[in-house]
Design a protein around this ligand. Structure first.
Ligand code: PEP
Ligand code: MN
Length: 341
């Protein structure tokens, strides 16, 4: 609500009322009278003014339009912190020169399978192990994940390989057991606007990977990050994983422009998940390379040793050999854009 445009017929009394209201909120007003209409510039830090408060000015008599210049998110904003955030997780730093690859199966299915995949992705150069224990499935009859047992398996694979673990939380009631076993808490696309869940993970110091909702705008993603950060947890990574469009050739449409757009608006690291974006394993490699070229700080890629037998997302999972080949290609792309993998 940084600029308030008055109606041409606005009276001096209406104008004074608006200024009075601004003053009451602690702001100064700069009134600029043009030949056609008057504009009021709001002076002061308006970043904490809520969207509702800002919009409420539009219902005051004499007001035609309110323009907001400051973003409604503050802690996540690039204006708040000019330098890109560096998020330390164990010995890894996300947001620096090195691009991190988080790889593993969609779901933890059993111990032997996860441990074998973890060893394969580690050997190929992944720096994080991903795997879901609590799965947000569209159908209640689909495999829902192993729950706590899955977390224990992830934890064991992490100890064996040295890879930190990323896993999804769906319910605030699981926070205790998740904190015990994992290094990065993932908020899935379907829960991006589950505000109680965001606040819950925000009240612990554990790094968070926040996925963009299926139909969420970048601004909504940044507002969701703000929920976590407002609780005191600033270790947030933003993940673009494809959005819903009219296109049906791919599972979702990967919005790669989100990388440079978010980089301009926010200081938070950006991770690209090409697997959930395209939904087909053949398309994962080209989009992963494009993501690195576009400036992503990391990738999340689903890998499975027997995708045809996977309990979820097999069709978009790379076999370990394909993943290994991709990692080699990614090194060259990273080098070309001044990064490393
Ligand atoms: C996942 O990472 O397995 C997952 C369910 O992702 P998304 O929330 O992006 O669909
Ligand atoms: Mn998946």
């Amino acid at each position: 609500m940084d600029i308030i445009v008055l109606r041409p017929e606005a009276t001096a009394k209406e104008r004074r009322n608006i200024v009075k209201r601004l003053n009451k909120m602690g702001f100064d007003a700069h009134v600029s009278k043009g030949t056609e209409r008057t504009v009021i510039g709001v002076i002061g830090d308006t970043s904490k003014v809520s969207e509702d408060e800002s919009r409420s000015f539009e219902s005051l008599s004499g007001v035609e339009k309110v323009h907001r210049i400051t973003e409604p998110y503050r802690l996540a904003s690039r204006n708040f912190q000019g330098k890109g955030s560096l998020i330390k997780i164990g010995k890894n730093v996300i947001g620096g020169k090195r691009i991190h690859v988080m790889a593993g199966p969609c779901s933890v299915e059993n111990r032997a399978n996860l441990i074998s995949i973890a060893a394969d992705v580690k050997k190929a150069g992944a720096t994080f192990l991903r795997g879901g224990a609590f799965k947000p499935r569209t159908s209640p009859y689909s495999f829902q994940g192993l729950g706590e047992e899955g977390l224990e398996i992830l934890s064991e694979a992490s100890r064996m390989t040295g890879l930190p673990v990323v896993t999804e939380i769906m319910d605030p009631r699981d926070i205790g057991v998740i904190l015990k076993h994992v290094d990065v808490i993932q908020i899935g696309a379907r829960n991006m606007q589950n505000f109680r869940l965001l606040q819950e993970v925000g009240s612990y110091g554990k790094p968070v990977l926040l996925k963009r909702g299926l139909s969420a705008t970048i601004k909504e993603l940044l507002m969701a990050a703000e929920y976590i950060m407002a609780q005191g947890n600033e270790k947030v990574m933003l993940c673009e994983r494809g959005i819903r469009t009219f296109e049906t050739a791919t599972r979702n449409t990967l919005d790669l422009s989100a990388v440079p757009v978010i980089k301009r608006l926010s200081h938070l690291p950006v991770i690209i998940d090409p697997s959930h974006a395209v939904g087909k394993w053949e398309l994962v490699s080209p989009m992963a390379k494009a993501a690195v070229a576009a400036g992503a700080d990391g990738l999340m890629i689903e890998v499975h040793s027997h995708p045809e037998e996977a309990l979820s997302d097999g069709e978009q999972s790379l076999k370990p050999a394909k993943f290994k080949a991709l990692m080699k290609e990614l090194k060259a792309v990273a080098k070309a854009v001044g990064r490393e993998i």
